[in-house]
Design a protein around this ligand. Sequence first.
Ligand code: TYM
Length: 343
Amino acid sequence: MSEPALKRQKRVLSGVQPSGSLTIGNYVGALKQWAREQYNFESFFCVVDLHAVTVPYNPAELREKTREVAALYLACGIDPAVSTVFVQSHVPAHSELAWLLNCITPLGWLYRMTQFKDKAARQQADSVGTGLLDYPVLMAADILLYQADAVPVGDDQRQHLELTRDIAQRFNHLFGETFTIPEAMIPPAGARIKGLDNPLVKMSKSLTESEYHAVYLLDPPDRIKKKIMRAVTDSGREICFSDDPEKAGVNNLLEIYEAFTDQPRDAIEAHFAQARGYGDLKKEVAEVVIAALQPIQQRYRELTSEKGFIDELLAQGAERASAVAEATLRRARENMGFLMPPG
Ligand code: TYM
């Protein structure tokens, strides 16, 4: 009697753009979940460099940031013995599947994306690249190539995930079952950390107008403390979670505390009930952030001091990722009716 077919382990895929220095928003919204979930899923984590060129950028900086982001994945707890870590452009299947998916994605779906509208509004209308509009199709290709069941991301990627599902469903409907329909995996705490200088906007690695906007993962402790102590709050004293836009600054600090300590909200509010004012709250938030980043920074320094280590790891990752991606791409091409090359 033949053995029952082995059910494959569920997969996750996610990525970060090397478009700036990673922030604590990227950490609690994405990387912290990845490090936890890698033991429950077969995991693929890529540095999405092809996405980073959709807005104006500096080539030398792109190269440097691509290595830096990969090293930070490991420093934040991604274990390369368990997860596949690679650079998106090292696996050409991403670009090729993106083209195939382009041809079944209505333009109207792309014009509706809020991230496209926001990013396009920050540039001169006549210099917005086609790649910026097409960005979510490439993201769909990233996810669908690995037949990912779940995609751990922050709240700002929810709409892109919905679009990925729509594209996958449309493809499967037109050409037969080809892609797994993925689910977004959004963390219960820290899914949308706001700017310290403006708690009404998302903390972003690419907004660099104010040096007090974001805490970066590689910031030294004194800078972290200074940034958090200067965070915008309100003129009140009450320290509690709140949806009131007036209290957005305090709420953001509490959400950072929640995401870094994994404590329930009522325990956090009880803890701060005795505080003398927002200064106490800021001091404690700075302490938990500094304590959590200290081992990450230490590990980052170790990893980057070994010359060639990251490049070697990325070469192995690209090989592992390609094997999976190529198999899916082949199936997509066959199902779309392309004549397969001989051999
Ligand atoms: P990116 O590079 O903007 O952000 C990387 C991850 O960090 C999360 N994130 C946040 N979470 C909480 N609070 C914040 N302030 C915050 N800022 C960012 C993002 O939600 C994301 O999970 N389009 C993606 C990159 C991408 C991708 C993919 C992701 C390309 N292909 C395939 C998943 C799967 C992006 O721009 O992320």
